[in-house]
Write a protein that binds this ligand. Sequence first.
Ligand code: GAP
Length: 560
Amino acid sequence: MGAAFATQIRHSNRWGLYQISSFFRTFAPPFNSDYFDRTIIILPMQEDLFKRLVSHCKEYGFIYPSSEVYDGLNGVYDYGPMGVELKNNIKEYWWRSMVQMHENITGIDSAIFMHPLIWKASGHVDAFNDPLVDNKDSKKRYRADVLVEGEIDKMIAKADKEVDKAAKRFGETFDEKLYRETNPRVLEYTQKAEATEKRLANALKNNDMADLKALIEELEIADPDTGSRNWTEVRQFNLMFSTQMSNIGGDDGKLYLRPETAQGIFVNFSNVQKTTRQKIPFGIAQIGKAFRNEIVARQFIFRMREFEQMEMQFFVRPGTEMEWYNTWKARRMAWHRAVTPAEKLRFKDHDNLAHYANAAVDVQFEFPFGFKELEGIHSRTDFDLGSHSQLSGKKMQYFDPELNEHYTPYVVETSVGCDRMVLSVLSNALVEETVPDAQGEDSSRTVLRVHPALAPVKCAVLPLLKNKDELVEKAREVYDKLKFHFICQYDEKDAVGRRYRRQDAIGTPYCVTIDFETLENNTVTIRERDSMEQVRVPITEVAKIVGDKTDMRKLLEMLA
Ligand code: GAP
């Protein structure tokens, strides 16, 4: 959301960019998951985790910069062959968990273009803004609030550094809590950080751009690129992209590319309620593109100008919204924990609420650049339905037969970014580890330990040798049977060990190898990605074994 629009509290990155790409990563099991039920020490990565991730995504066909032949388009990305499969699997996981598993939730697919008054009613035309500041010397453009947040992070980093030094000096007797509460230098840094954070929040809440500028000056913030402190005034910048309808001139024909999918749900509330005859409480789900003209789009696919959202609006009786808010908080956290280790996820309440909300929380994930928002859960009151009723003149109410009265339903919203989900899954899954090679010597491999149900390719079919016609023919036969069950790859190029590594790198959970024994007794080996264990099974059982292990049903059952 825009800073002023949502008055969403900025969750500063307390750890600084890249800091958690620790040298030793432990792959710990997430909540309630037998799939991850083992702990493996991951050896040091040579390069920074995040940079590795970005280059891995390109090298293996997950994500490419958009329009790369023209040097790219900032904040816009394309999904490659592996990326689109992963993203589709994430969407399927979300859709089935919402629509298939809840008899009172149905889906829609509303258009991206909507009547311009929708964005007036929702508040986006007037207040979907971020504060912008230009540096007069470098001509670079920044988000003023992000510059201030950067300073707050520095203050906290200074306090943390003092604490680290003291911890080393005092050893086991060190009492960190007491030190933080009493050491004058630590106190100075943390108090300054808190005061600045409060002032920033107030400036955003009150739309006080002059105070934001004053903060930048008082903190002596310099252009991160050039060091210049020659700033323009801070002004609000609306984040909606617009275009013009061909047959209507002027403002009446000005269309916006939707900045959230939710409004398509709100304005279809009555349509869906009537056609599905749902009784309250009920939900409407939607997956679709959203567009935001972010001032600074960065951190790869974390903050994009074109992205996808998976949103669900749950319509409830007024007065019951907090109960449902808590229910959806728990359900959404369980959904995340089924594919992500619990310690990488946390809730973060919003300190300042958007004008439409009476409660709001983020599900944060520990990205390679710190804990950041992955999903937002909001209790949106009756603001949106009420505003649309008022501006359109069409009542958006519900007749409750139990209460025998009409009312405007309250709404609990869950909204997760599909691309952020892709980034969280990838950054959690990509590891480099040392494993024994065929001779028992240590060798390193890059493996994407993505949940099998989300893996882009479920199974690779590999003839042991490509110059033996019988092996190739048999492998083709196996592939042609398996392709009806799930996405498979046939690969005969290079030594089989290299082919295993290629499949490890894209997260393929199973590799089926056709060897000379296959020709004798119609059995193959199945190699499991994580343990690298191989078992020999009859060809006739492969589809069932791989199908069972990679079936999304398993994930969904964990949510029941
Ligand atoms: N309808 C509510 C809404 O749009 P939001 O917190 O602004 O709330 C919801 O966005 C989710 O959309 C976020 O939690 C995030 O995952 C995703 N999202 C928002 N802006 C994004 C961007 N510029 N790039 C990628 N994902 C974004």
